[in-house]
Design a protein around this ligand. Structure first.
Ligand code: MN
Length: 315
């Protein structure tokens, strides 16, 4: 058998040469390498002192990727895989310092929300900058989107490519921005819409309910995604396509977004940048199943459920 030239991006499982590196967080923040719908538990590549803060394991791994990688590959080879369906997938970076998000970053999305839009007409992320979603709103592919109990408000799906930062940086010029990208994931920016005149809460709050930032199903390392600026980005609800676009339509591309965010504050390892949603944004209701699929990055479906407890304030 002739193997292609082996570089550090290739994993060898038995006789199979694997050209992908998909990292997952699962169960109680264990670290997995996903291949052929199997999860290989490689948590042992992360130091035991992180057992006291297991949600930081993935961040440690990203920070120490060059040193940890070969140990991780050895572990992935030597452990039996668990069927993907038998584990609970969490957000691949479960506790980043920041989740940045671009508003108004696909031309055709601008204007489609009518009176419910809060971005000024004609302006994009280039003029508006970014907003923040609370990291505590992240969930993974094995979880659910939970809407406030009894709510009559409109809750929308937004289908976005997530960029995960690989090392700290400040004032990063766009020419060097891709050096700071560790990998990519799918991200839904779930949003409670404003109701003009009656419900005009702050954007950060409306987008930060627990479970309003599904991310996953895993983190695909940057070297596996040849053209992040040319990826199909699709979202469907109950099998019906709602959003169907391509990251080539991004107004502010990944490099410029990294330049923009890092011009304001330092980026930290594991930070997430949600790159914005294309047109086709629409409402979700309890009982829906929402699927996001981004080319070369992954696909996941989450159910929409109702929160168990009524909030003391009506939403
Ligand atoms: Mn969004």
């Amino acid at each position: 058998m002739v193997l292609p030239e082996t570089n550090s991006t290739f994993l060898i499982f038995g006789q199979h040469l694997i050209a992908t590196m998909k990292l997952a967080s699962f169960n109680d923040y264990r670290i997995g390498v996903v291949e052929d719908r199997l999860v290989h538990d490689v948590t042992a590549c992360v130091p035991a002192w992180l057992d006291g803060m297991p949600e930081q394991r993935m961040r440690w791994l990203i920070d120490n990727w060059q040193q940890a990688r070969s140990h991780l590959q050895d572990l992935a080879r030597s452990t039996q895989g668990l069927p993907l369906g038998s584990v609970k997938l969490l957000a691949p970076v479960p506790a980043p310092s920041h989740v940045f998000a671009a508003p108004a970053n696909y031309q055709k999305h601008i204007g489609e929300l009518g009176e419910r839009a809060i971005t000024k007409k004609g302006r994009s992320a280039r003029e508006q900058g970014f907003f923040l979603k609370a990291p505590g709103s992240l969930v993974g592919a094995g979880e659910a989107i939970s809407l406030p109990k009894g709510s009559k408000r409109r809750f929308d799906h937004e289908s976005e490519l997530a960029v995960v930062i690989g090392k700290p940086g400040r004032n990063i010029p766009r020419e060097r921005a891709m050096e700071y990208v560790f990998g990519y994931s799918c991200l839904m920016d779930i949003t409670m819409r404003i109701e003009p005149g009656t419900g005009e809460e702050e954007r950060s709050m409306r987008k930060s309910f627990e479970s309003f930032t599904p991310m996953g199903p895993y983190l695909v390392t940057a070297d596996e995604v040849n053209a992040p600026g040319r990826l199909a980005n699709r979202l469907s609800v109950n099998g019906e396509i709602r959003q169907d676009a391509n990251t080539s339509d991004l107004i502010v591309g990944i490099e410029e977004l990294i330049e923009l965010v890092s011009s304001v504050l330092p980026l930290r390892t594991g930070d997430v940048i949600a790159t914005g949603t294309p047109e086709g944004v629409g409402p979700l209701v309890v009982g829906d199943n929402v699927t996001i699929a981004i080319e070369s990055v992954g696909e996941m479906t989450l159910p929409v459920i109702e929160a168990a407890v009524t909030a003391p304030r009506a939403y």
